[in-house]
Design a protein around this ligand. Structure first.
Ligand code: AP5
Ligand code: MG
Ligand code: ZN
Length: 216
């Protein structure tokens, strides 16, 4: 199955991606994680991406599209994939359709819906593991008491640079102008399924898995 996770910053895409990928037995990738990995390795692409991400705006389509389509070609194989955070412009969606045109296209777009005030709460309390990328939240999903990651071997937790209040406001603005139009784009294609993201992490995951199949 070829699946996309769509939703505003802080909706819980990263939190749910591992579970869905495991359920489907497909590789998954977050475009944001690919960019953060380039930054860690201090590549040219990483330095370019950082200049946009820091400000909470999107990295230009051309570099983003070639990075993700290359990942699909080299990592995804024939069994499908899960994409988190790509596409997020109409240009990216059309490029993805083009890249998949001889493979039946996407099967599902799972849209995680969360209201703005809750998104701000989630982003401002988020902690991310530097080693394995797993996400915690100071209040709703706290890490182990010693403040280290409980998922890998005690990796260090940090706050993302773009979770500062100024960048969060900008990211939400950019989401509504650039990415929200994809909801209708995929609804018209008949592959969009909407999930209420303001339930427990467990219940959101359950509903996402249910919406992978079935007609509604
Ligand atoms: P990216 O890394 O994709 O960030 P994002 O879309 O802004 O989304 P987040 O990762 O912030 O949120 P999430 O939905 O994964 O939420 P999470 O699971 O962590 O992109 C970063 C930047 O990279 C972009 O701004 C852009 O510059 C660039 N970029 C990336 N892709 C691009 C593209 N395609 N084109 C151009 N540029 C691109 O959860 C958030 C918090 O909430 C956590 O603390 C979590 O523990 C908590 N939480 C999760 N679920 C629940 C729940 N059900 N209840 C309570 N708390 C919860
Ligand atoms: Mg994420
Ligand atoms: Zn970890």
């Amino acid at each position: 199955m070829k699946v996309v996770l769509l939703g505003p910053p802080g909706a819980g895409k990263g939190t749910q991606a591992a579970r869905i990928a495991e359920y489907l037995n497909v590789p998954s990738v977050a475009s944001g994680d690919l960019f953060r990995d380039h930054q860690k390795r201090d590549t040219e692409l990483g330095r370019l991406a950082r200049s946009y991400m820091q400000r909470g705006v999107l990295v230009p389509d051309e570099v983003t599209i070639s990075m993700v389509t290359e990942w699909i070609e080299t990592e995804a194989g024939d069994g499908g994939f899960l994409l988190d955070g790509f596409p997020r412009t109409l240009g990216q969606a059309e490029a993805l359709d083009g890249a998949l045109s001889n493979a039946d296209g996407l099967d599902r777009v799972l849209y995680i819906r969360v209201a703005n005030d809750e998104l701000v709460r989630r982003l401002t309390g988020r902690l991310v593991c530097r080693e394995c990328g797993v996400t915690f939240h100071r209040v709703s999903n706290p890490p182990p008491a010693d403040g280290a990651c409980g998922d890998c071997d005690g990796g260090e937790l940090y706050e993302r640079e773009d979770d500062r209040p100024e960048a969060v406001g900008k990211r939400l603005e950019v989401y509504f102008s650039e990415t929200a139009p994809l909801i209708d784009y995929y609804r018209e294609a008949g592959i969009l399924r909407e999930v209420d993201g303001e339930q427990s992490i467990e219940d959101v995951g359950q509903e996402l898995v249910e919406k992978l199949g079935g007609a509604s």
